[in-house]
Design a protein around this ligand. Structure first.
Ligand SMILES: *[C@@H]1O[C@H](CO)[C@@H](O)[C@H](O)[C@H]1NC(C)=O
Ligand SMILES: *[C@@H]1O[C@H](CO)[C@@H](O)[C@H](O)[C@H]1NC(C)=O
Ligand SMILES: *[C@@H]1O[C@H](CO)[C@@H](O)[C@H](O)[C@H]1NC(C)=O
Length: 185
């Protein structure tokens, strides 16, 4: 019994340290690419905070998201809204299958919204509003509203083509998709 307990314990510690290492590695890879005028990432140790939540909203950060973020398999909340982040959404973000909230709003992100985000069936909040995303909103992402858990899909104030507008007034489920007026005829 004791041995069984110890084996489980050692195994748990091994898993925990693997997670911490990959979180540390992902953070270091990301730090190297970011401009962090307020030093939030210098003092911020992802192994000391809840490993399920990376909250870096309104931190004055600029630079891109890095594909290494896709290694944070336990991440549930990725909050980087209200910064000056640029570049595209790395397709590796679609590996974060436990994500509940992906809040990239109010940044300078551009490029297409990856279709692979449609794999994130745990997502409740996908807020990409107020960026420079272009192309179409992939059907697979819209389907998360119907077949997944998505409650808020906000892509308003971007440069997306086409027009989809879906809004429910019932309870908490507000889904709002507004396109760039320039794309509308
Ligand atoms: C983004 O960068 C511009 C120019 O450097 C700066 O004026 C602005 O305050 C920044 N915005 C945020 C949210 O950090
Ligand atoms: C994401 O998952 C794919 C397929 O499972 C894998 O090949 C890729 O290396 C992963 N990327 C990251 C950044 O973890
Ligand atoms: C959606 O995004 C727009 C533009 O950033 C914002 O004004 C609006 O409050 C957002 N709505 C929701 C429900 O998040």
């Amino acid at each position: 019994m004791l041995i069984r307990f110890l084996v489980c314990f050692v195994f748990a510690v091994a898993i925990a340290s693997v997670d911490c290492n990959s979180e540390g590695d992902a953070l270091i890879s990301w730090k190297l690419k970011l401009v962090d005028p307020n030093g939030v990432l210098q003092s911020w140790d992802p192994t000391l905070v809840n490993p399920c939540t990376w909250d870096l909203g309104n931190a004055g950060l600029s630079g891109p998201l890095v594909p290494q973020l896709g290694t944070l398999a336990n991440l549930q909340y990725l909050e980087v809204f209200g910064n000056n982040l640029t570049g595209t959404i790395p397709t590796a973000i679609a590996n974060l299958t436990k994500l509940v909230s992906l809040d990239l709003y109010q940044n300078q992100f551009n490029g297409a919204i990856p279709e692979s985000l449609g794999n994130l069936v745990s997502l409740s909040f996908l807020r990409l509003n107020s960026n420079k995303f272009s192309g179409i909103l992939p059907v697979k992402v819209i389907q998360l509203v119907r077949y997944g858990n998505l409650r808020i899909l906000n892509v308003s104030e971007n440069q997306l083509a086409g027009t989809v507008h879906r809004k429910t007034t019932s309870g908490f489920a507000v889904t709002k998709i507004i396109q760039d007026p320039r794309a509308q005829k």
